[in-house]
Design a protein around this ligand. Sequence first.
Ligand SMILES: Cc1ncc(C[n+]2csc(CCOP(=O)(O)OP(=O)(O)O)c2C)c(N)n1
Ligand SMILES: [Mg+2]
Length: 375
Amino acid sequence: MPRETISIPNRVESLSILSADGQVDAKLEPKLGDADLKKLYKTMLSSRLFDERLLQLQRQGRIGTYGPTKGQEAASLGAAYVLKKDDWLVPSFRETAAMFWRGWPMEKIILWWGGHEEGATVPAGVNDLPLCVPVATQCLHAMGIAWGAKLRQDGTVCVGFVGDGGTSEGDFHEALNFAAVYKVPLIMVVQNNHWAISIPRHNQTAAQTIAQKALAYGMDGLQVDGNDILAMISACSEAAERARTGGGPTLIEAVTYRLSMHTTADDPKKYRTDDEVKCWEPKDPLIRFRTYLVRKKLLTDKTQVEIETQIQEELRAAVQRAEAYELDRYGMFKYMFAEMTADLQRQMAELRAYLENGAAAAASAPGGERVSRVL
Ligand SMILES: Cc1ncc(C[n+]2csc(CCOP(=O)(O)OP(=O)(O)O)c2C)c(N)n1
Ligand SMILES: [Mg+2]
């Protein structure tokens, strides 16, 4: 009756291709065309400038609470890059760069952060789910989409995103366990940005890495430098290939950093040091990718200014369109379910009566007596 070591046919690797000073490991460098490299850079920069603009809009009271994505652009964009049009992308709420890549117009995302349901309606021809704030719930949606793809044998794969904090939720466990057992074509990207509001990564899990959790589920897992767009592309294309050929799911831990606040409702100075942030600033994915493109002679100071000017113009027009958008005042009732329940119909009628004819009319609408109590 010996006590022996079980050999588990798996290991945890860590992948980095582009160093913080823009040097590339030529053996690992993915072969991307110049046009794609330029488009990736523009998308990353659009996400960064969009982020700055949305912070301003929030401070001016023109949108609601906003969760910045600064520093996390490569982690989501690299994963989106490997998808085909018919594949699926299931974001959390720091995947703006990926959503731009997939074809979400800027104004939709502005509307979403403005609290309007219209921002959650998926653009025609885009196979994505909208932003998702209830932490980790989207893991199950992503797994379900991947399972559906497997049952239909349609050859598509699904990329889902969750944060390091989200890995402590039961939904994360259920999704990955099911995904591995049923070998569904899922790539689950954990954006390990080191913080879940004020909870540091080391208080989230005692495991040395998040990637190693894949071992327990019986699936492939890899830790990737999430601030390195080339490493993210390489890791995700390998995972997508495996998923498409029946090899099942992959867990990717994208190691990145939340350079800004959790949301505009939070002051990170209360729980983390400036030194920690300063240590991550030089590892910014945008600076690193820019250096790489300059070295490849794909970007100059002149083209940088031109791209920025173009993006600022796109942003200005998008803000204008979002603010001019004729909002559906009854959207909160209509978009809750595919078909409105009787209760939601009654509530919508009450609101309509109130908005059109005032409190007295709403109170006398069917079931509207509660209105007079709350007003
Ligand atoms: C189920 C649920 N619990 C709590 C919250 C409040 N909340 C919003 S974001 C967040 C932290 C999430 O941390 P992490 O998963 O690391 O993602 P990050 O914010 O760092 O991108 C919490 C607790 C929520 N939105 N949903
Ligand atoms: Mg986090």
